[in-house]
Design a protein around this ligand. Structure first.
Ligand code: FAD
Length: 675
């Protein structure tokens, strides 16, 4: 037999779910040679995740396709709580805002996962010029990492196997309606029909990302433990177009019935409603079930108890789940005009002990953390895992940054996963409790406390090579510099509306910070026109950034660092020609870049002019703010040459070209600035 085909690739992504797609999106945008595989023969068309948190919508905006989401999603504005009255009839007891008003320009939104994957996939195709698509059905058969002292450029060897279609299609257990009851075969159960070498491919990669879901084959190869437990609580899910007289069916509702269990109502796109339904009694059947069929990998119970038997989900029917829902909804009626999808799951919470091996093979998404879907977090946190990781890998692959930045992935995202599991545990217990066991007040308190977390906007990364804050900063206390008292180092930059100096058009700052791979240096120079000291500082900074010998200038020319000026001087006191040339540079043809100066001043048309106030920056002092390529605030200094030099020193901890002894090694135009 001829030897199997061999090739090299910078990054291999295993698994085309939300985590894999987000990784592929970043890597396509940053021009990294990537192979992207999935064991299924098609993408998903119905069911699974459907909640998009505000932070993820902000990220979609930076990749240029949030408009597709806005056109199609159902948006949550209010949440209602229903409890039984003395006679046992459910009635509304409270109505609160959904999410946290004002935390983001976007509200929590809902649409099915397949649609979201389509937007991501279209953008990947656009960014890669059609070169990067998911190759299916393809799965890894073996994975080896060369020893740590190997000098190989491609130290991870993976054997890939093309799968026969019957292995790659999920079983429907005889149901006519699409459902999530199936349990796909696992990577180690691959049963190829032929052992032809044509089906096999040997790949050598610099990095491998295991985005292969809860049962992660990659995680198992790395010997990483997935720690946690499965509870007895069983929930059903229906995606239906309902026929009902329930008045709040188009609002998110939490319903606790007297003895029928609980329901969560989630309005979706195109008149669809998702119902999460507590399945009373099924847990007892589960004790007798022999077929393991849950969504999470069986693992050692942390308390050392004997592992519980699992529900045989293949035996559940949509009729049974609907009948349970109808009982909880009483006295309101609930019939079904269209049934799109259904499933049932047993709640479990697990976190992987590590998210990487040798900083060469990483796991992300459900491969790292599994939990109940009711908090609507899994898909979001999964995408944000690889949004955190992939730009770091791109920097290392391009030789721009030291590999040590890769250690920040596990540090930063493991903390988020732990917070997620802690919140989900609380929420699941509340939802699965009976009325009377937990007071309505306590229920709402947990929802209120969790609201900010579920927006994804409160993630706060700790001190690291990439985060300039004290190592002993308590995790739950944001760290702010006195120069920007409301801008926390470690958190994403909150949005504000500013006026573009050149054409007076109002813009949200996030719209001017597309995901291009660049660090951003935001110079908040305050009311420089009326503050002589700031005027001098601005001209000194302009001269320093333009000095051809400085590495900062080189970073700027190669698009690794983009400076933006944000002033707060009244428009009547400002002249375009007074701004340093570095903020209005010309290209080789002499065409000026008009988009690097923004003003925190009132617009003649829209409400603007509150950014300094929002960020806690004094207009008489200003601040220089460094943002990472993923939009997180990294360092804050004074807006002076000394302050900028301090930022330079900070960057030289991890950017290769800024090491004191190294000559500038950035290739020309390291990243495309096309947004
Ligand atoms: P997955 O989406 O599981 O993708 C993994 C991919 O890897 C799959 O395509 C799989 O085919 C592939 N794969 C697996 N093994 C291999 C292998 N060996 N080789 C090659 N490919 C492989 N999350 C939310 O954020 N909001 C919600 O509202 C929400 N609701 C949910 C409702 C339900 C009913 C369920 C079941 C989940 C819900 N989730 C929700 C969770 C969400 O679906 C997951 O957290 C999310 O899909 C995880 O993304 P992922 O990319 O890590 O993994």
């Amino acid at each position: 037999l001829p030897p199997p085909k061999e090739s090299n690739v910078d990054v291999l992504i295993v698994g085309a779910g939300p985590a894999g797609y987000m990784a592929a999106l970043w890597l396509a945008k940053l021009g990294i040679k990537t192979k992207f595989i999935d064991k299924r023969s098609t993408k998903i068309f119905t069911g699974q995740a459907d909640g998009l948190q505000p932070r993820v919508l902000e990220v979609f905006e930076t990749f240029g396709f949030v408009d597709r989401a806005i056109k199609e999603v159902a948006v949550g504005y209010e949440a209602c709580f229903y409890e039984p009255d003395e006679t046992g009839r459910i009635r509304r007891v409270d109505k609160i805002p959904e999410g946290v008003p004002g935390i983001s320009r976007f509200n929590g939104s809902v649409i099915h996962q397949g649609r979201i994957e389509t937007w991501l996939s279209d953008a990947i195709e656009e960014f890669s010029g059609g070169a990067l698509t998911v190759e299916r059905p393809l799965a890894p058969e073996s994975l080896e990492i060369e020893s740590a002292d190997s000098t190989s450029e491609y130290p991870v060897r993976v054997v890939l196997k093309r799968l026969p279609d019957d292995n790659a299609s999920p079983e429907q257990f005889g149901h006519k309606v699409e459902n999530g009851l199936y349990r796909q075969f696992e990577g180690d159960q691959i049963n190829p029909v032929s052992s032809s070498q044509d089906d096999t491919e040997v790949l050598r990669a610099k990095y491998v990302l295991g985005c292969d879901g809860a049962h992660s084959w990659v995680r198992k190869q790395l010997g990483i433990e997935h720690k946690g437990e499965t509870t007895d609580y069983v929930w059903g899910v229906l995606d239906i177009v309902p026929v009902t007289d329930f008045p709040d069916i188009r609002k998110r509702c939490s319903i606790h019935s007297k003895d029928g269990g609980s329901i969560m109502v989630i309005p979706r796109e195109n008149g669809i409603v998702r119902l999460y339904i507590q399945l009373e009694g099924v847990a007892n059947e589960a004790d007798e079930a022999t077929n393991v069929a849950d969504d999470s990998t069986p693992s050692t119970a942390t308390n050392g108890e004997k592992k519980k038997a699992r529900v045989d989900r293949s035996k559940l029917t949509s009729e049974h789940i609907l009948a349970t829902a109808q009982n909880i909804f009483k006295p309101y009626s609930l019939e079904v005009a269209e049934m799109h999808w259904f499933t049932a799951y047993q709640i479990g919470q697990r976190v992987a002990t590590h998210f990487q091996k040798d900083n060469r093979v990483f796991i992300a998404g459900d491969a790292c953390h599994t939990h109940s879907p009711k908090a609507g977090q899994g898909m979001n946190v999964s995408m944000m895992d690889t949004f955190n990781l992939a730009w770091k890998i791109a920097y290392v692959v391009k030789g721009l940054a030291k590999p040590s930045i890769l250690t920040t992935y596990e540090d930063e995202r493991h903390t988020v996963a732990e917070d997620l599991i802690a919140y989900d545990l609380k929420l699941s217990r509340l939802f699965s409790s009976k009325p009377g066991e937990i007071s309505t007040e306590e229920f709402r308190r947990v929802i209120d406390q969790g609201s900010a977390f579920t927006t994804g906007c409160t993630v706060d990364y700790g001190a690291s090579l990439l985060m300039d804050k004290p190592a002993d900063q308590p995790r739950d206390v944001p760290y702010c510099s006195p120069l920007a008292t409301k801008l926390a180092i470690g958190m994403r930059l909150p949005d504000a509306k500013l006026v573009m100096q050149s054409d007076a058009r109002p813009w949200f700052l996030n719209q001017q910070l597309p995901s291009t791979g660049q660090f951003r240096l935001l110079i908040f120079i305050g009311d420089y026109a009326q503050t002589p000291a700031l005027k001098t500082q601005l001209s000194d900074i302009g001269a320093f950034l333009a000095e051809s010998e400085t590495a900062l200038q080189k970073l700027r020319d190669d698009n690794v660092l983009q400076p933006l000026l944000i002033h707060a001087s009244p428009q009547a006191k400002v002249e375009w020609d007074d701004f340093p040339i570095v903020f209005r540079p010309r290209d080789k043809r002499g065409v000026m870049n008009y988009w690097l100066i923004l003003a925190d001043t009132p617009s003649m048309h829209e409400i603007t002019g509150d950014a300094y106030e929002k960020y806690g920056i004094d207009k008489g002092v200003g601040a220089a703010v460094l943002l990472r390529p993923d939009g997180y605030v990294t360092k804050i200094t004074e807006p002076t040459v000394e302050g900028i030099k301090d930022i330079w020193k900070f960057l030289s901890r991890f950017l290769v070209a800024l090491e004191p002894s190294t000559a500038c090694t950035f290739s020309s135009n390291a990243f495309s600035t096309k947004s």
